[in-house]
Design a protein around this ligand. Structure first.
Ligand SMILES: *[C@@H]1O[C@H](CO)[C@@H](O)[C@H](O)[C@H]1NC(C)=O
Ligand SMILES: *[C@@H]1O[C@H](CO)[C@@H](O)[C@H](O)[C@H]1NC(C)=O
Ligand SMILES: *[C@@H]1O[C@H](CO)[C@@H](O)[C@H](O)[C@H]1NC(C)=O
Ligand SMILES: *[C@@H]1O[C@H](CO)[C@@H](O)[C@H](O)[C@H]1NC(C)=O
Ligand SMILES: *[C@@H]1O[C@H](CO)[C@@H](O)[C@H](O)[C@H]1NC(C)=O
Ligand SMILES: *[C@@H]1O[C@H](CO)[C@@H](O)[C@H](O)[C@H]1NC(C)=O
Ligand SMILES: *[C@@H]1O[C@H](CO)[C@@H](O)[C@H](O)[C@H]1NC(C)=O
Ligand SMILES: *[C@@H]1O[C@H](CO)[C@@H](O)[C@H](O)[C@H]1NC(C)=O
Ligand SMILES: *[C@@H]1O[C@H](CO)[C@@H](O)[C@H](O)[C@H]1NC(C)=O
Length: 495
């Protein structure tokens, strides 16, 4: 990734502060410079299969915003850099933008923020003089539409506008931007919004010429002789990510502002690079992103702000193979376009949407071993007697056609039917429960409030003869495989 990527990203986030004490979340950026992008419906299915609860778009794509309706996923939409100038010069252009790209989709698509431009100060500095004016006009249009409490306005900036981010305690914004930064912080403060930071330890490390150990960039423990300490505060920085976020808090403070949360609108690591980009590799990307998720979900803030969670959007969903630049530039995606993970990615219990009430679904874990997943799927559709017709070719849940999606459907159907008689959501450790309804498009998961069969699924008294207690124990033909499976899935024993 050249400067260009730095230069190009965009967006924003939403915050715990605002969603009242709910834990930190990990969202995902969706860039679309992809030669074979899945359909919008498939993208939403993929997001749900991986339990993403927050997405950031770089524009306001009508098809995707429509497909996200009713998904429960929170969305940050983007004003593109090309649009900033026009909006900054015209209140009516801003109002038209809000009507067309935000108001038209609410409330079914849960748009909660607008990211104005992508790293405007470092990418298109000539537009900087009207950046905050664009934000103000957009905000006023939201106020007029009575949407200002639902939708925040911010602007993602590159960490490079803080020329020296280490030690964090001495960080200040580049003084060339004095007046813009002042207006920006004033705006964020007045509107209860957030500072959006694009923070890339990958660049901090690769451009650092060996100043920082790679373990520091990858959130790995540092040997005691290599602790990274801010000499002024004596705070220990366990990761470059923490230091970048803290530098931003200190720079805001140095500008005499406080109480503006920082949300990381982009952070990630490329999994493939050219011959001269040896650090862009699968192992580092897997380490970085999984440690990043773990770091964010522990809910703590950086050393100077220990109680402020660092909500973060991973960069990015799919590889953008059409982006110009070096090989690494095109290889930041965490999923293939068929929905399978590039490397195991454990999103844990990221920002659970509580959704409606108490429905609990059972889905495949995104980092599950594929052999175990296949066994679990076979078992659920076979011995487990899940109704797997919806995942057959031509049926509504067939796409995305991958193991994880199919297993999720089958596991959930089994679980909804058998939970009341002791069926568990385990499948040899490949399954997990969620309160997020995984349904998408016409694919309605069993137990969804939209499912015709929801509610009255097979109460204990209604066990069909095939699964009535005793029927299996009387079957002397139980194969070795079945025995192995029942050992793996103790729920069976109860039947
Ligand atoms: C459920 O049904 C409602 C109303 O028919 C619809 O708006 C919503 O999109 C559906 N949700 C899913 C997940 O299909
Ligand atoms: C949209 O997201 C906000 C912020 O988390 C949440 O409070 C609200 O309930 C969501 N709205 C819908 C309709 O899901
Ligand atoms: C500050 O920004 C100006 C304008 O983009 C740039 O020329 C200058 O090099 C930056 N200063 C530092 C210390 O990075
Ligand atoms: C920016 O503000 C700082 C602190 O107020 C001041 O020292 C500096 O001269 C200003 N820079 C410019 C370019 O106005
Ligand atoms: C912040 O406030 C201090 C004390 O009032 C003042 O000396 C300093 O110039 C201010 N800094 C900026 C960037 O306005
Ligand atoms: C959360 O992460 C921070 C930063 O890495 C670390 O200092 C802290 O000990 C962690 N807290 C828990 C409870 O794991
Ligand atoms: C939420 O649950 C309640 C009670 O279970 C139900 O009446 C209502 O229709 C549900 N709302 C949605 C959007 O599913
Ligand atoms: C299985 O599910 C399909 C819908 O996917 C439904 O039409 C069919 O009736 C179900 N079969 C049974 C036996 O429940
Ligand atoms: C998904 O696509 C990737 C890359 O093209 C491929 O390696 C993988 O086998 C595919 N997975 C499935 C389940 O089709």
């Amino acid at each position: 990734m050249t400067l260009e990527r730095w230069l190009f990203s965009l967006f924003l986030l939403l915050v715990g502060v605002f969603s009242k004490a709910s834990g930190a979340f990990v969202g995902i950026n969706i860039g679309t410079d992809v030669s074979t992008l899945p359909s919008e419906t498939d993208i939403v299915a993929i997001l749900k299969a991986h339990q993403f609860t927050h997405v950031r778009l770089y524009n306001a794509d009508a098809h995707l915003l429509k497909a996200l309706a009713g998904s429960g996923i929170e969305v940050t939409v983007g004003v593109t850099n090309e649009e900033v100038l026009g909006i900054g010069e015209s209140a009516s252009a801003a109002a038209a933008w809000i009507n067309k790209n935000v108001a038209a989709y609410l409330p079914s698509t849960n748009i909660t923020a607008i990211g104005v431009g992508s790293e405007v100060l470092t990418t298109i500095p000539n537009v900087a003089p009207v950046l905050v004016s664009a934000m103000n006009y957009l905000h006023k249009a939201l106020v007029a539409a009575n949407l200002n409490f639902q939708v925040k306005v911010s602007t993602p900036q590159n960490i490079d506008i803080i020329p020296k981010s280490f030690p964090p305690s001495t960080a200040t914004f580049n003084s060339s931007w004095n007046s813009t930064i002042y207006q920006l912080l004033q705006f964020l403060k007045n509107t209860n919004s957030y500072y959006m930071l694009n923070a890339y330890p990958y660049y901090g490390y690769t451009r650092g010429d060996g100043i920082f150990p790679i373990d520091y960039a990858l959130f790995r423990p540092l040997p005691s002789v290599k602790q990274i300490v801010d000499p002024n505060t004596l705070f220990h920085y366990s990761s470059m990510f923490d230091a970048m976020v803290d530098a931003t808090y200190y720079a805001i403070e140095a500008a005499n502002f406080s109480g503006i949360p920082v949300v990381v609108s982009e952070a990630g690591w490329p999994w493939l690079g050219g011959a001269r980009e040896p650090d862009a590799n699968m192992e580092n990307a897997e380490t970085f992103n999984n440690n990043l998720i773990r770091r964010v979900l522990n809910n703590s803030g950086p050393p100077s702000q220990p109680t402020l969670p660092i909500n973060t959007y991973i960069y990015e969903l799919f590889n953008e193979d059409k982006r110009p630049g070096p090989v690494s530039e095109k290889n930041w995606g965490v999923l293939f376009t068929n929905g399978s993970s590039v490397y195991p990615l454990n999103l844990g219990t990221s920002g659970q949407i509580t959704g409606n009430g108490s429905a609990v679904f059972c889905v495949a874990k995104s980092d599950a071993d594929s052999d175990k997943l296949q066994d679990g799927l076979n078992w659920a559709c076979g011995q487990g007697r899940a109704n797997c017709s919806a995942i057959q070719s031509g049926q509504p849940c067939y796409f995305p056609d991958n193991l994880e999606n199919h297993a999720s459907y089958a596991y959930n159907d089994y679980y909804q039917r058998m939970q009341s008689v002791g069926g568990t959501c385990d499948f040899d450790g490949t399954a997990t429960t969620t309160s997020i309804d995984p349904s998408y498009g016409n694919c309605i998961f069993t137990g969804s409030s939209n499912s015709s069969t929801s509610g009255g699924l097979l109460p204990p008294s209604a066990l069909s003869p095939e699964v009535a207690p005793g029927s299996w124990s009387s079957n002397l033909q139980i194969s070795k495989l079945q025995l192995l499976i029942s050992a793996a899935f103790p729920a069976l024993v109860l039947l």
